[in-house]
Structures are given as C-alpha cells and as structure tokens.
Design a protein around this ligand. Structure first.
Ligand code: NAD
Length: 469
C-alpha cells in the first residue's frame, strides 16, 4: 500500500496555500512544500504578512512553517522529492482566441504537468486540485504518459477544492465532503486510497467520497453552477419583490424552511462575484456547446445573464432615485472585495458598479477594510489607457474609513457585507450628519435595518424590498 510522506503543491494561491497549510498542520509526519513561480508571493508566504487574508490562516501557517511546511520557488526540487503532487494553479477564463470569454485557459495546468513529466525521477501521484473542464485529466495523463517509463509511473487523481474564500480554514478543517476521483484501474485505486489515507488524518471517513475521474471533475463545476443558480434565482425574485411589495427576506425565509430547499445561499444581493462562479458556469456552457447541447448551454448561460442584469438594475435604481443624474455627485462605496472576510476582488460586483458610476460622471469614494488602494486602481483601470491612476484619480478617492468615504456624499452604497458596516457597528448617525441632504443609502447586501436608518433621516433603498410595502 502506498503511504504518502512528501507532498508538493504547485501554486501558492488562494487554494494551494490554505489547503496545503491545513494538510501540513493536520499531518505532522508529512513534509509539505508549496511552490510558485512568483517570487513575490513566496516571499510573502515566508514573511509575517501572508499574501492572502483569511481568518485563522496565520495561526495554521505559523504553527507549522519551517517544521513540516515550506514555501519555495524551487519547483523542480519539490517535484523530485514528492510522492504526491497537487496541481493548484489558476484556470482563468480565456481572454482571447477561440473560446474567449467562455473556455477555461488550461495553459498553467499544462505547463505544470509538463514540468512534472520532465523533472520527475520516481513514481508520482499527480492530483488535479484546480477546477478544470471535465476530461482535463485525460490531457494531463497523455502528457505524463509520454514521459513515463517502467521506473517512473504516474497516477492521476481529481480532488477538486470546495473551500469558500473567507471561511477557507474552517471549511478545510471541517469539510462537508472531500471528493477524490480516480481511474478505475488497480493502480488508480491504490493512488486514490493513498490520498484517502492522507485526508482521514482529520476528516471522518464517511465524508471522503470516491468516484471515477470524470464524475469528480464534473461535480466541482456542477456544485458551483448550482450555488450560483440559487443566487441568480433569488436575485430574479428580488426584482419581482421590488415591483410587487413582497419582501425578498420573507420570501427567502419561507422558501428556505422547506427542507428540500434549505435556507443557505438564498440571500439576495447586488450579484455574485469571485473568481469561480462565473468562470465555472461559463466553463459548463462551453463544455455543453462543445458537446453539441445548445439548450443545456443556454440554460446555464442564463445564470450569468441574470447576474449581470442584477448589477445593472442596481445602478439604474441609484441613478433614478438620485433625480436621474449622478453627474458630479459623490457616491460612497462601502466595500470592494467580492464578499466579506477576504481581500480578493476578482470579479467583484464593486468593479462593475464603480465603472458605471464613473461612466455617469459621478465622483466615487471607496472604502474597504482589506483591499489595498493599488489593487483598486488595477481593477478599475481600462486596458490601453496610459497613466490610468492619474485618470482615475479625477473620479475616485480611496478612503481609510467609512466616515471619510461618506463625508459630504450624496449617497452611500453598501456593496460588500463586511460586519463593520452593520448598523450596530457603524455609527450611522455620524455618517448621516456628514452627508449632503437628502442622504440616500442603497443596501446591496440586505445588511442594515432600513427602518432604523429611516428614523435617522436616511432615504433607504434595499435590494428586494419596496419602501411602499
Ligand atoms: P491563484 O491565482 O490565487 O493561484 C494560482 C497560483 O499558481 C499563482 O500564484 C500562480 O503564480 C501559480 N502558478 C501558475 N502556474 C504555475 C506553474 N507552472 N508553476 C508554479 N506556479 C504556478 O488561484 P486560486 O484562487 O488559488 O485558484 C486555483 C485553482 O483552484 C483554480 O482552478 C480555481 O478555479 C480553483 N478554486 C478556487 C477557489 C477559490 O475560492 N479561489 C475555490 C475552489 C477552487
């Protein structure tokens, strides 16, 4: 039976870093080396200031870094030492060429796989951790087998990651399930069992699911598509609520009490963001198109269309409420990350909203507790515009607090559900006092008690709620 003693993880990002740090934390007998091509990222992992913000991550990393957890740029050495290699590189949506805007760009997966094939000197279990289109393991196998010899045998597994940013450490320490797919051959199943053994150091055995390779790959896309679909469903209903006087919170509560539906992921919002949902649905749309299943493609595409519509609808409501113009008005945007408890801004709704505000000649003051100014400038810059920061500075101001952002503003817009923006944490009397009158507040996250803020004097508009109800 194969016993894993040395693990390498290629890709020290939002997934590779936390996942393998928890693995090292829970498996003191296994040496874990996380490698990346980015020297800056590895230097940050080796410093006191880790490159990503995730509650609980510091404690886990600091407990085992230098003992059985290492961060390095020496990819080849880590591959050579390891019995098992996670491939946890980015798989963004392709920007140009065929399949642009839909297909996943697998260039990083391919180059990591080629590197393994080229430098490995002993048998390896190669584990697909990145989210990939169904049957990617076949391409990886072809690359690896072209290099395999009688002494160097490669097994390939699919082990998609289900962590959610913001709760990654909690999710990894106590996962709902761990999914491991393998080819149903003798050696595939032995490799699968070796990885099951690693996880059962801390995950109850009944939560470790084993399947064939393709079910595992497709399950990850399916899970994300269904989660995003729930958000688009409640957001579609939020538009109906606003038009009829139904209250989206009450509708979600009533539906969520049905045990077949459950209450999670039924919170209406300004739209989902993040690096995964849109990318993974588009991936499914592309796969369906390739498989000549146009109706299936259209079905999943609608989840993304609904999400874009929800953002536009929110902006249109703000403009019309502010007397049909936001030219030269100051809009305070609270939150820039795609959700609370992360500094990740990939595909954040804030980016789309702020670009729309700028287009309408508004002045935008932005505050987020965990996102750096440099990141905000990068996300808002348009390709090909020289000296973007200077251009953007005409329209945006990056603030150090919600109070600074709201000072002299015409409207406050809650975009990220950070706890510090709740009405029991932020001093909304102070915010109101500093604003122009009438003072408008748009809650894109169902975060505040609108009645309480109306009493202060705010004109409040909340997603999925009609003031006249
Ligand atoms: P990321 O961009 O944060 O990290 C990927 C890292 O891989 C980068 O640091 C990059 O420099 C490195 N890299 C790329 N090619 C490399 C190579 N050949 N050798 C060494 N390093 C290389 O991405 P992420 O958010 O960690 O996502 C990784 C994968 O996990 C994606 O497929 C994503 O869809 C999936 N996923 C993400 C999440 C999430 O919440 N972010 C959750 C589950 C699954």
């Amino acid at each position: 039976m194969t016993v894993v003693k040395n693990i390498c993880c290629i890709g020290a990002g939002y997934v590779g870093g936390p996942t393998c740090a928890v693995l090292a934390y829970k498996s003191p007998d296994i040496k874990v080396t996380i490698v990346d091509l980015s020297e800056a990222r590895i230097a940050a992992w080796n410093s006191d200031n880790l490159p990503i913000y995730e509650p609980g991550l510091d404690e886990v990393v600091f407990a085992c870094r230098g003992k059985n957890l290492f961060f390095s740029t020496d990819v080849d050495a880590a591959i050579q030492e390891a019995d098992l290699i996670f491939v946890s590189v980015n798989t963004p949506t392709k920007k140009s060429g065929m399949g642009a805007g839909m297909a996943a760009d697998l260039a990083y997966v391919e180059s990591a796989t080629r590197r393994i094939a080229e430098v490995a000197k002993s048998p390896k279990i190669v584990v697909e951790k990145s989210t990939v289109p169904c049957r990617t393991a076949q391409s990886m196998r072809t690359i690896l087998e072209a290099n395999s010899t009688s002494e160097i045998h490669f097994d390939i597994l699919s082990n998609p990651e289900f962590l959610a940013e913001g709760t990654a450490i909690k999710d990894l320490l106590n996962p709902d399930r761990v999914l491991i797919g393998a080819l149903q051959t003798e050696s595939g199943i032995e490799a699968q069992n070796a990885l099951v053994d690693v996880y059962t150091h801390w995950v109850p055995k009944e939560r470790v699911i084993t399947t064939n390779l393709w079910s595992s790959e497709l399950s990850k896309l399916a899970a994300n598509a269904m989660l995003a679909q729930r958000i688009s469903s409640i957001n579609a209903l939020s538009a109906i609520c606003e038009a009829t006087g139904a209250d989206v919170d009450e509708v979600a509560f009533a539906c969520g009490k049905d045990t077949r539906l459950g209450s999670k992921f039924l919170k209406a919002s300004v739209g989902f963001g993040g690096s995964c949902f849109q990318k993974d649905i588009l991936n499914l749309v592309y796969l369906s198109t390739q498989l000549n299943l146009p109706e299936v493609a259209a079905y999943w595409q609608q989840v993304v269309i609904m999400n874009e519509y929800q953002k536009k609808r929110f902006v249109r409501n703000i403009i019309s409420t502010l007397f049909n113009t936001i030219t030269n008005k100051k809009i305070a945007v609270l939150g820039f990350a795609f959700k609370k408890d992360t500094g990740d801004t990939r595909e954040s709704a804030a980016i789309t909203l702020i670009k729309d505000f700028i287009q309408e000649n508004a002045r935008v003051a932005i505050y987020d507790p965990k996102v750096e100014a440099e990141q905000i400038y990068m996300d808002l810059s348009e390709p090909g515009v020289v000296d973007t920061q200077k251009q953007l500075e005409k329209n945006i101001q990056i603030c150090q607090s919600a109070y600074e952002a709201a000072d002299d503003a015409d409207a406050v817009v809650i975009v990220t559900e950070w706890d510090e923006f709740r009405d029991d944490q932020l001093d909304y009397e102070k915010i109101y006092a500093g604003m122009k009158k009438p003072a408008f507040l748009f809650d894109g996250r169902l975060l505040v008690n609108a009645a309480k803020l109306r009493q202060i004097g705010f004109k409040v508009s909340v997603i999925g709620k009609n003031e006249l109800a």
